[in-house]
Ligand binder design. Structure first.
Ligand SMILES: [Zn+2]
Length: 153
């Protein structure tokens, strides 16, 4: 098994009614042999596994070797602007899946895709203006800071 250091949270940056088949087709159009995410969280709360953790997904260029990627379907409004439009069921299922992954990979960090941006002013953090992507459209590191593995409760 690979060493998993990071669990990346993404939005698909697509309308909420986007299907799994449409996501898979979009990955193929990019010429990717692997999908962009290991797990996709549907607005209904359904968790769909696209790829086993033992394989490398195409989530964040240059940061995939030691990462597992989880995406919720959505993240843009009708004008295509970034928005956190997770449904209640999606928030709950996303949290559940992240806890499962934390249990599987103790010590792994939960990060939003947008934190992988250059720290241009070198102040030790990626400020809002430095983000090259809006993905995942909420502050994952803060929201999940208190998240614990399943088995420790
Ligand atoms: Zn992303």
């Amino acid at each position: 098994m690979r060493t998993i250091k990071n669990i990346f949270v993404h939005c698909t940056a697509t309308p909420q009614h986007t299907t799994i088949e449409q996501l898979q087709a979009a990955f193929r159009r990019r010429g990717w042999s692997a999908p962009g995410y290991h797990y996709v969280i549907c607005p209904t709360g359904r968790i769909v596994k696209l790829l086993d953790d033992i394989f490398i997904a195409n989530g964040v260029a240059g940061h995939n070797e030691h990462a597992v990627h989880v995406a919720y379907i959505g993240g843009i409004d009708s004008q295509g602007r970034a928005v956190d439009n997770r449904t209640c069921a999606q928030r709950s299922a996303l949290q559940t899946q992240l806890r499962v992954l934390l249990t599987r990979y103790p010590g792994a960090h939960i990060l939003g895709h947008r934190y992988i941006s250059p720290d241009r002013n070198r102040n030790g953090r990626v400020d809002a203006w430095e983000r090259i992507k809006a993905c995942n459209c909420f502050d994952a590191a803060t929201e999940y800071a208190g998240l614990r593995p399943v088995r420790q409760e």
